[in-house]
Design a protein around this ligand. Structure first.
Ligand code: NAD
Length: 369
């Protein structure tokens, strides 16, 4: 009797989540499959059911359907609870015209899902301090930064063109931000700061740009709603210096599309380990798109050599941001920490020493879930 009750109870609490898998090209299939195995282990341990449906994107989609982002892929992503992406592109498709290049699919899927927020953590793992290109005393202080970048507005989406000007041929791009666009990304950043160390730095160029002045004004207005979060403004040129001079001073950073593009690449470089960095792109719903920040690494594709950790940590971000499963997300992050502290490395971090394959390091992580 008590056994059947236990069974019914355990059935009651099984939560089901549907995940669209966009494996893509190059190492994409290998690293996504690693993340799937880790999610399955988490599901088994914590009583959740993750259902995966694969869709084509990028080069493989060009080969099979003639276009990088088939309608079926977009529909599948919009139907799923969340989306996990590997990477797209490779030399095979490099000579195609711009509008049918694999990378075009990334912009397409971000637009279709209205992903206006990009979260890019840049963390220096204690076990990987040797990878950091900065001075030893800076490395010793460590850093763990979350960059919140606006992803669907600003200069990349503004009016642009070519024309005849005073000095002949000229080109122009314009930056425009609405109050609505600024408010929604700034709120995401304050919420994110609240969940971390309650420190937020807003980065702009308010000494020159009107868009930045509006940005800064709105940051200050919204700050009044978050008295528990300490907020500071910083000019982008100073921020670029501070990131290498003293990255430990930052926790959450919020900034525009273009500044975020540049600063998040700078931040990822100072961690020294491209195969370790996940990202999340979010909208107003809980459905997000999660992907490693690196590309499809065609030079090592199909060799079971890729570091799957960035994709595995992207899956951990999905558990946290899309499914609100903090304990399960932490279980993945902690398992990765333990594997690194135990000295296990894939080839990209082994510096010629003995390295584990993609599947072997995934096994080590799963053992620690
Ligand atoms: P890349 O990130 O694919 O590779 C750069 C270097 O880092 C390579 O030496 C690669 O072997 C290594 N590397 C990357 N990820 C790794 C991992 N997980 N484990 C071990 N080593 C790893 O960048 P690239 O060479 O400039 O681009 C290759 C292709 O990827 C291009 O077609 C590019 O357009 C595409 N790309 C796609 C995305 C994406 O899908 N989001 C992003 C960037 C580049």
């Amino acid at each position: 009797m008590s056994l059947s009750v236990a069974v019914i109870l355990s059935e009651d609490i099984v939560m089901k989540y549907s995940i669209a898998l966009l494996r893509g090209d190059g190492i994409g299939p290998e690293i996504v499959d690693s993340a799937v195995r880790v999610l399955e282990a988490v599901g088994k341990k914590y009583g959740h059911e993750f259902n995966f449906t694969p869709y084509d994107i990028g080069g493989i989609a060009i080969d099979k359907h003639g276009i990088p982002l088939p309608e079926e892929t977009v529909e599948g992503c919009l139907k799923a609870d969340s989306v996990l992406l590997g990477a797209v592109g490779g030399p095979k498709w490099d000579t195609l015209p711009g509008n049918v290049r694999p990378e075009k699919a990334l912009l397409g899927i971000r637009a279709a899902m209205n992903l206006f927020t990009n979260l890019r953590p840049a963390k220096l793992y204690p076990a990987l301090k040797g990878e950091c290109p900065l001075r030893e005393d800076i490395v010793e202080r460590g850093f763990d930064i979350m960059i919140v970048r606006e992803l669907t507005g600003g200069i990349y989406f503004g009016e642009r063109g070519m024309r005849e000007g005073r000095f002949g041929e000229e080109a122009y791009d314009t930056e425009c931000y609405s109050r609505m666009e600024i408010e929604r990304i700034v709120r995401v950043a304050f919420e994110s700061a609240r969940k971390r160390s309650k420190r937020l730095v807003s980065i702009d160029k308010a000494n020159v740009l009107d868009t930045s002045r509006l940005w800064r004004k709105i940051v200050h207005e919204i700050a009044a709603e978050y008295p528990d979060v300490e907020v500071a403004d910083m000019l982008v040129d100073n921020a670029a210096m501070q990131l290498v001079r003293n990255p430990a001073q930052f926790d959450v950073i919020v900034t525009t599309n273009m500044f975020g593009d540049i600063l998040s690449d700078e931040a990822s470089q100072i961690t020294g380990s491209i195969g370790m960095l996940p990202s999340a792109s979010l909208n107003e719903t809980t459905r997000g798109l999660y992907e490693p920040i690196h590309g499809s690494a065609p030079d090592i594709a199909g060799q079971n050599k890729a570091n799957p950790i960035a994709t595995i940590l992207s899956a951990a971000m999905m558990l946290l941001y899309s499914f609100n499963l903090k304990k399960e997300s932490d279980a993945i992050v902690n398992a990765v920490d333990e594997v690194l502290l135990a000295g296990y490395r894939t080839a990209d971090l082994a510096h010629g020493a003995e390295a584990l394959s993609t599947t072997e390091i995934t096994d080590k992580i799963i053992e620690r879930i």
